[in-house]
Design a binder for this molecule. Structure first.
Ligand code: GUN
Length: 282
């Protein structure tokens, strides 16, 4: 039987309705949640992501400010923009679109964001709090993955979750979230020996490596739940890290690309920005 499709589009639409209610509530108290975005350089994908973020803010009634900076902007100039947003009471959440140009020290820029405004959850304070189970901003894509698993009715406790990819943006934080839900977590990466033999033991498989259709049908245990975080452009097609046609014949449930994890990421960003605004009136 072909897998159930886990639609991020549907889940994101439901969550956005809930978020609209929260924004209305905040606005009634005189608070308009505000998101400040810094975009450096000309990367077309980054520009497209930032436009989508602006659109989502508009649709949900958030205030948003985007600082578009040239590719040769100095480190000091970028830090000055971060500092400006840190001081601005109308801005509750700050996002610096990654990747930054090579001459800019990404780590220093992320550390400059006030942890209470770090809606990406990339500041070491938030990363640390995630690891020790304290309240924090959770990175948006991993948070979206967990929402999708919840929506699909997956009871994670005791399951074997295999995460392919160990990035700071997805692989590591999603592993922590799965662990917090009492899954047994294996993190795989480019040096993992015999990767398919590990992925075949997964009850829940999260692919976040950025390699088009790497996960084949025979890498997946029948009945597994597969979450595809990959977004890869192949010619004029957008494909995930999972060979959707083959894996959907084996898995119990799978996210499509596009329309799976993608729509969740921006939704979780808006959720974090609203939470940042709520914190200021707690
Ligand atoms: N670039 C790719 N994904 C992300 C993300 O989640 N946040 C930021 N700031 N940049 C990204």
């Amino acid at each position: 039987m072909p897998a159930t499709i886990i639609s991020g589009k549907e889940v994101a639409a439901r969550i956005r309705k809930e978020l609209a209610g929260k924004v209305e509530h905040l606005r009634a108290r005189g608070v308009v949640p505000g998101l400040g975005v810094i975009l450096v350089g000309d990367d077309p994908a980054s520009h497209s992501y930032v436009r989508s973020k602006e659109k989502a803010c508009r649709e949900l009634g958030l205030h948003s400010v985007v600082r578009r900076m040239p590719a040769d902007a100095s480190q000091a100039a970028v830090l000055a923009e971060v500092e400006g947003f840190n001081r601005d009471d109308a801005i509750h959440g700050i996002l610096v679109q990654l990747p930054l140009p090579d001459h800019i020290d990404e780590r220093e820029v992320i550390r400059a964001i006030h942890p209470h405004k770090d809606v990406d959850g990339f500041h070491p304070v938030n990363v640390g709090n995630l690891h020790i189970g304290e309240r924090c901003f959770v990175p948006c894509t991993p948070a979206g993955v967990i929402e999708l698993l919840d929506h699909a009715g997956v009871e994670l406790k005791g399951l074997h979750a295999v995460v392919v990819g160990r990035s700071n943006i997805v692989g590591k934080p999603v592993s922590m979230l799965l662990l917090a839900r009492h899954a047994t977590v294996t993190i795989c990466h480019s040096r993992t020996r015999d990767l398919p033999s590990v992925t075949r033991t997964a009850d829940v498989l999260v692919a976040a490596v950025g390699k088009p259709e790497m996960v084949r049908g025979d890498w997946v245990k029948p009945g597994a739940v597969v979450i595809d975080v990959g977004v890869n452009r192949v010619g004029d097609r957008l494909v995930g890290d999972v060979d959707f046609a083959a894996v959907s014949e084996v898995a119990a449930a799978i996210t499509p690309v596009p329309g799976g994890v993608g729509p969740m990421t921006i939704t979780m960003l808006i959720k974090n920005a609203i939470e940042a605004a709520e914190r200021t009136v707690e």
